[in-house]
Design a binder for this molecule. Structure first.
Ligand code: ADP
Length: 178
């Protein structure tokens, strides 16, 4: 599914983020930035050991923040490592922290001349954010950013499996119709 926002495109695809041929891919990391499971493990395996070596120099990352590295063996030139919130009950600032994670990644992409960026569904794996709530926050933040920043031409949102793809497609279609 593709939608146009000015000159930019927001695209939903089902697939593996490590395979994306974009300027930057986003990693849903933990605050140590020293590797983990899920999408983080997959990105480190695909990028090779130099990625972890660079991450060791970064001093971790706060929840809602992001840091950028090279992409090494990936097709993407850069990896933007962000830390989404661990979901408790939605009353512990999780929505603002999740929006901040997306926004900070987009700001780093702009600053580093990345016109195309791919996101995974941050916080919706081990961190337990309900998929539909997380999708609304992600798309609101991305759509708002693209409306105000013409330097980003493509945001590809990569869902790992048919079920999360279907949920995200439904949420985005609803939001575009509102
Ligand atoms: P978090 O700790 O932020 O919840 P996870 O890595 O556990 O991060 O999960 C985030 C999302 O990334 C989940 O929806 C998971 O299904 C998805 N995911 C896992 N591997 C990949 C991959 N290779 N490409 C894209 N998405 C992935």
């Amino acid at each position: 599914m593709k939608t146009h926002i000015g000159d930019a495109v927001l695209e939903l695809v089902e697939g593996d983020i490590t395979k994306q041929d974009v300027d930057a891919i986003v990693n849903a990391a933990n605050s140590s930035l020293l590797g983990g499971g899920g999408v983080d493990g997959a990105i480190h395996r695909a990028a090779g050991p130099r990625l972890l070596a660079e991450c060791r120099t970064l001093g971790g990352c706060a929840t809602g923040g992001a840091k950028i590295t090279h992409g090494y063996n990936l097709k993407a030139r850069h990896v933007i490592h962000t830390v989404g919130p661990v979901y408790r009950d939605g009353e512990h600032n999780e929505p603002a922290l999740l929006a901040s994670a997306y926004r900070t990644c987009l700001e780093l992409a702009s600053q580093n001349h990345c016109a195309s960026i791919a996101f995974p569904a941050i916080s919706t794996g081990v961190y337990g954010y309900p998929t539909e709530d997380a999708a609304r926050i992600a798309f609101r933040t991305i759509l708002d950013y693209l409306s105000a920043h013409s330097e980003i031409k493509l945001v590809r949102y990569v869902l790992y499996g048919a079920a999360p793809y279907a949920v995200h497609q439904r949420v985005l279609e609803q939001m575009l119709a509102e």
